[in-house]
Write a protein that binds this ligand. Structure first.
Ligand SMILES: C[S@@+](CC[C@H](N)C(=O)[O-])C[C@H]1O[C@@H](n2cnc3c(N)ncnc32)[C@H](O)[C@@H]1O
Ligand code: SF4
Length: 460
């Protein structure tokens, strides 16, 4: 059926605050009822739950300078002694948690995020990798990944990084346009990208490039130029994040309002243009913002509907584990619960030194919410939802699954009339030109969104 609603009407109707669903429930539903003893209980229980493999996340919060747009948990650089104390605390937290994990479980993924993991001396990253890898076997090809800000890294740092065992490196470019970077208080790469790529390729490392659209001074043409430069480098994955404007989380973002953010319509146009540009260059879209080569395991997972997602990004069935997270603000994602560590560095170090754990809040999912999480993950990852496949996977009837969600046929009918989805009793499919509204469709299945007044960013 032809879509009878104009683009402007769609923007007015659907570009409203909705969760990003990097987790279900979203992190702003976490409560302080969850503490260290809850975390210990769920860690022990997690040995008997699926997925069985282990995924470790380590949060390194420090940054040399803070970018105005940043929505991550980042802190200005501390002195070397404080960094040493922080890493000692992370090691202690690893000891506490791993003591309760079955030793026959295998590591599928280790991921360092931040902040800027590469803002600290690289030997710390190597030591943390060695510590984790000394405790468990790994699956055949575990992913050992780190997020890097290239603005401060010289050749010797890149070399030490590959020697430390990383096999996937995400380079935060954000934009190749230096005026855009200057406007957001960010340095461009210290070394030419070609030199970095040459070294990483020789070391057999897979490369992701991260970008953000929706920043001040960006235009459709300027960002197209940036993406063209990215394509010329031929990275394994290109990630184009939509800028999330959440000044209530990070006040620095207000500085971007002073310079002037692109309108929703321009941002939408940038998204559509680069989407097509990347498809034309031979990349395949994974969800809203990831683009990969056809031979990438994520594309294979998408093709057979086994794509998963955690706070660290997309993963395949092989690399999906329950996530045990270490460090300040780090969020563990276990089958039965999410738990999050304290937010400030001194409290984290103090609590770890006292108790070995530093949980401040979290969320214990009831059975209904665990079902909804599967539904929303499937929709967010695969941009489609097949009730029968989910029924087989969860060993529940389709009626039971629908009952757990806020499934409403009238709402689906209205999405279909606006050209967002195709649906019938068996499935929901997000239409190719409406992928950016997947969050809205997911939110319509979420019972927690009924009578909810929490703050979220907008899809575009
Ligand atoms: C922890 S940061 C990356 C590591 C490193 N600190 C850097 O800046 O390159 C992870 C990614 O989140 C994205 N990001 C940060 N703030 C964002 C925001 N407000 N909206 C959308 N994406 C954002 C950026 O693309 C960034 O590369
Ligand atoms: S984008 Fe990266 S470098 Fe910039 S403040 Fe955020 S975490 Fe730090």
């Amino acid at each position: 059926m032809k879509n009878l609603v104009s683009k402007e009407e769609l923007l007015d109707k659907y570009n409203i605050p909705v969760p990003r669903y990097t987790s279900y429930p979203p992190a702003n539903h976490f409560t302080e009822e969850v503490n260290n003893s809850t975390y210990l209980e769920v860690i022990k229980a997690s040995n008997h739950e699926s997925p069985r493999d282990l995924s470790f996340y380590i949060h390194i919060p420090f940054c040399k300078h803070l970018c105005f747009y940043c929505g991550c948990n980042s802190f200005p650089m501390c002195n070397p002694a404080r960094i040493a104390d922080y890493i000692a605390a992370v090691k202690k937290e690893i000891e506490t948690v791993t003591e309760h994990l079955d030793k026959d479980r295998k590591i599928a993924q280790i991921h360092y995020g931040g902040g800027s993991p590469t803002a600290i001396p690289v030997h710390y990253l190597r030591e943390l990798n060695e510590l984790l890898l000394s405790k468990f076997e790994t699956i055949e090809s575990p992913e050992i990944a780190v997020e890097c800000h290239p603005g401060y890294l010289d050749a010797s740092y890149w070399e030490s990084l590959t020697e430390a065992g990383f096999n996937r490196i995400s380079i935060g470019v954000q934009d190749f346009n230096t005026a855009v970077l200057k406007g957001v208080n960010r340095r461009p790469s210290l070394l030419p990208m070609e030199q970095i790529f040459k070294h990483l390729r020789q070391a057999g490392v897979r490369i992701n490039l991260d970008f953000i659209y929706g920043l001040p001074l960006q235009t459709v043409e300027s960002f197209q130029e940036t993406i063209q430069q990215a394509i010329a480098l031929n990275p394994d994955r290109i990630v184009t994040f939509s800028y999330a404007h959440v000044p209530w989380v990070n006040k620095l973002q207000l500085k971007l309002e002073e310079v002037g953010l692109p309108t929703d319509a321009v941002k939408n146009q940038i998204q559509q243009t680069i989407h097509q540009q990347l498809l034309d260059a031979g990349y395949e879209a994974i969800g809203m913002d990831h683009f990969v080569r056809k031979e990438d395991p994520l594309y294979k997972a998408l093709s057979n509907q086994t794509l998963h997602r955690n706070f660290q990004g997309y993963c395949t069935r092989e690399t999906t584990g329950q996530v045990y997270a270490f460090g300040v603000t780090a969020i563990s994602q276990l089958t039965a619960a999410y738990t999050q560590n304290v937010k400030d560095i001194p409290s984290y170090i103090e609590q770890i030194n006292k108790e070995g754990l530093a949980t401040t809040k979290g969320y214990v999912l009831n059975k209904e919410e665990q079902i909804t999480r599967e539904v929303i993950t499937s929709l967010m990852c695969n941009c489609s939802l097949n009730w029968n496949s989910l029924s087989e996977h969860l060993k529940l009837s389709v009626a039971e699954i629908k009952q757990a969600t806020a499934y409403n046929e009238a709402t689906l009918q209205s999405f279909a009339a606006d050209g967002l989805i195709e649906w019938d009793e068996q499935q929901i499919i997000i239409k190719a030109d409406a992928l950016h509204w997947v969050r809205n469709v997911a939110a319509s299945l979420d019972k927690l969104m009924l009578n909810n007044s929490k703050s979220y960013s907008k899809p575009i």
